[in-house]
Write a protein that binds this ligand. Sequence first.
Ligand SMILES: *Cc1c(COP(=O)(O)O)cnc(C)c1O
Length: 438
Amino acid sequence: MQESWRDEVSLLPEELKEILDITAKHNRWRKYETINLIASENTMSPLATSAYMSDMMHRYAEGKPFKRYYQGTRYVDEIEVRVMKLMGELLRADYVDPRPISGTTANASVFRVLGKCGSKAVIAPVQAGAHVSHTKFGTLGALCIEHIEMPYDPDQMNIDVDHAVKLIEEVKPSFVVLGASVYLFPHPVREIADAAHSVNAKLVYDAAHVLGLITGKRWRNPLDHGADLLTASTHKTFPGPQGGIIATRDGQLYKPISRAVFPYFVSNHHLHRLPALAVTAVEMKHFGEAYADQIVRNARALAEALAAEGFKVLGEHLGYTRSHQVVLDVRKQGGGAKAAQLLEEANIIVNKNLLPYDPPDAIKDPSGLRLGVQEMTRYGMKEDNMKDIARFMRRVLIDGEDPRKIAEEVKAYRREYTKVHYCFDVNTLEDGKLYLLY
Ligand SMILES: *Cc1c(COP(=O)(O)O)cnc(C)c1O
């Protein structure tokens, strides 16, 4: 079948063939041949992918369901309402806005309403993993809201709670932001929420990385512990389409925020995300707890295995990790930039990362690597696989074996793990049944 496809392709203009060929190469490499440990990525189920490829990707639906500025949206309206209901059930939140097209857009909509130009926001310290959108270099900067970092406790690799509470009481910010991109240990929500509320500030919990751990009940739901708003990406530990979401239990807050999403930050909201997100939400209702449980087990297993292979793994005295992530200090192995490059040559995909003790200007060659196990877990890997991954990494980074040789082994290893787990097992693309959808 593939050969006849190639014959037809051979009749196409050269530049078109090249485009298709590059895309096919990407798909083959990243979907079937590599071990992906990028902590912010995941993969949709075949069913969600099939639902994603709908005509909705061509449409507009400005406004809210059943109150649109366009005609032709009756089914979009129905699906969007279902997404709001399903995500609301998973997060036990009455008010959900799924229209932000990314976590950053969700943050922008929330920050725009809670602050104005010149107001102050207190954020988690950058060493504790705060995202660029929480800072003056990102979304807060674009909104000219000043950011003030909470103090950091290096021993706990977390926010220094006592000093953070004092800081919030002194600064009296408009809002406080928790949640992070390098995120091994949960931020202290209750204490920070109480401090924020004592000075009439709102608490935003950015769950971009850990949404799937929260909906899978392995991490506490910040809305149960005082957070006023939750923002997130829908494609990291939550394995949906790339996109963003806002959830709250406060109807008064929800109103102005959903009025900021549109028209401030989206016009079309990439409508084809909605059926795929709804499918993923149903999958997570059924399989989300088992999935989150295995993610957390695998992360711990990978950390322990890497330490046993001779790597310096951060957070040893704290049990290494409670999330999907593992963080390595690879200064001995030549630094983050070199290590990430060598691993890529070996078909193991990771990203270099600043460590809590790195100066901010070390960003091009930081000391660390950030690893996430959520995608390989979704492809069915368990604790024993984590030991194998740690061994591959040792051979590349410590033993100095030729990464191209390891790449071939990784390719063969990955062949056994190409089926998506924690979803309904329907033969979608093979028998074409779901092509009926579009
Ligand atoms: C990834 C991330 C985001 C935003 O991600 P998008 O790519 O815009 O969806 C926001 N906050 C945190 C903490 C993140 O890690």
